[in-house]
Design a protein. Structure first.
Length: 466
């Protein structure tokens, strides 16, 4: 009887011991409700920290097979709390689901060779100037699947990241997005250990000037700040900043035209910024003096626009008024070219080379050409056309004119003579700039002859009585 009792007790303790061992070995993917306290080592193979859940005071020690992560508390499903005063051990495969990075940190950017840290989930960079990073890598390596937010805390300076295709070793894939982190801007990137690269997830680089606008990154080297909404032209290229340089356009100065667009925001001198090259420019130009659908032209006042066609040598229609307001909207187009023909009937000459006009040309005022005076010198046998009407005085010793130069095909000339000292030489060979007359012509006071140029030589149209 004693032997039987002893055997029963032995079996009881054996099964109790086995149950405890099984709990420790097979306790995988646990689900906890309420508070659970673990005084020893808890081995778990599947840890999933769902949205909003956190791990506090996290440190880690690695060995060959496990990562031992010491935490104060685990906050699990439904807000439940797991108190872990000892070591919480997960396998290396599970560890990738718990990114061992601290929430936020700062990184001063003081040179183009700086590498942005990746040991924080949100890195606040603090540049002291505009930088295009040339460091390789430009961002320190991260963990597989790690997401990092890089926020520029500067209100004045931008930081540019270069794609791996441009800067080998940058370990950054921009995927066609802008690499510029603007003042107070945020860029989000995702790390892959298989490619050892950071890929841009989001970079809200669009200026707050309209959802439909094309933006060009530029640098202002004009010598002073340029306000938002100013028309600008290209002055060169800054290699270090990898940006086109700009200054304010001026329709009175051909060297400061054409305009390539409007500044999206105020750009300080020797600072980076953005120009709207096409699309909607919202809230940066005063259109209150215009009407909807009015044309927008570059003005003679530097950087400004007008809403009526100017009478200038450099005419550029750069857009159309969409909204009439002190903070109006302009649809920007026609950038990068002087796209209108100057017409000034008070000018001495109106001349265009290879001008093609389709449709009717209407002149609603008297069209006139200024008469030019010419006095031939001793022995002169040729002269250049300077107007369609020329009053010509000969030398006292007489002039035999063989050639008239400087004309374009289809051009007419009326020559008015003031003396009897000029003879036009009749040449039927039609050599360059020669004169083919109906008969010999010798000038007299108050006589005239009318010629036309066919692109090679001159032909007589008519003459006064000789």
């Amino acid at each position: 009887m004693k032997k039987l009792l002893f055997l029963v007790l032995a079996l009881f303790f054996f099964f109790d011991l086995m149950a405890q061992v099984n709990v420790k070995k097979n306790y995988t993917a646990p689900f906890f409700q309420g508070n659970v306290k673990v005084a020893d080592t808890l081995g778990v193979e599947g840890i999933f920290i769902l949205g909003g859940d956190t791990i506090a005071s996290l440190t880690e020690v690695k060995d060959s097979s496990f990562v031992k992560i010491t935490v104060d508390t685990l906050r699990g499903l439904n807000g439940t709390t797991i108190t872990v005063p000892d070591t919480f051990t997960v396998s290396n495969s599970t560890r990738t689901q718990i990114l061992s990075v601290s929430p936020a940190g700062t990184d001063s950017i003081l040179a183009v060779t700086e590498t942005i840290i990746s040991s924080f989930s949100c890195v606040e960079i603090q540049p002291d100037a505009d930088y295009v990073l040339t460091s390789t890598p430009s961002i320190a390596p991260g963990e597989q699947g790690q997401i990092i937010l890089i926020r520029n805390s500067s209100t004045a300076f931008s930081v540019d990241l270069q794609d791996e295709s441009i800067l080998s070793g940058s370990t950054i894939h921009l995927n066609g997005a802008s690499g510029t982190i603007k003042p107070l801007g945020i860029m989000t990137l995702l790390y892959s250990t298989s490619t050892t690269t950071w890929s841009v997830v989001a970079n809200p680089n669009q200026a707050a000037v309209g959802a439909n606008a094309d933006i060009l990154e530029v640098r202002n080297v004009s010598g002073s700040a340029i306000s938002a909404g100013k028309a600008v032209y290209i002055t060169g290229f800054n290699v270090g900043q990898s940006r086109i340089t700009i200054a304010m356009a001026d329709a009175d100065d051909p060297t400061k035209m054409p305009a390539i667009g409007f500044t999206a925001t105020t750009i300080g001198n020797n600072a980076n910024g953005e120009v709207i090259t096409s699309g909607e420019a919202m809230g940066i130009i005063n259109t209150s003096s215009a009407s909807a659908n009015d044309p927008v032209y570059v003005d003679t006042a530097a950087g400004e626009v007008v809403f009526a066609r100017p009478n200038l040598d450099e005419i550029q229609k750069i857009g159309q008024v969409a909204r009439v307001n002190a903070s109006g909207t302009i649809l920007v187009f026609g950038t990068g070219t002087s796209n209108d023909i100057p017409i000034d009937f008070s000018a001495d000459t109106i001349r265009a080379t290879h001008l093609q006009v389709q449709g009717n040309v209407i002149v609603d005022s008297i069209f006139a050409t200024t008469k030019r005076n010419l006095t031939l010198g001793v022995g002169d046998t040729t002269f250049a056309v300077t107007s369609n009407v020329m009053a010509i005085t000969g030398d006292g010793g007489g002039n035999s004119v063989d050639f008239i130069t400087g004309a374009i095909s289809g051009q007419y000339i009326i020559m008015i003579f003031v003396d009897a000292n000029i003879t036009l030489v009749d040449d039927n060979t039609h050599t360059a700039n020669s004169i083919d007359l109906s008969a010999a012509f010798t000038s007299a006071d108050d006589t005239a002859i009318h010629l036309v140029f066919d692109g090679t030589s001159w032909y007589e149209v008519s003459r006064s009585v000789n």
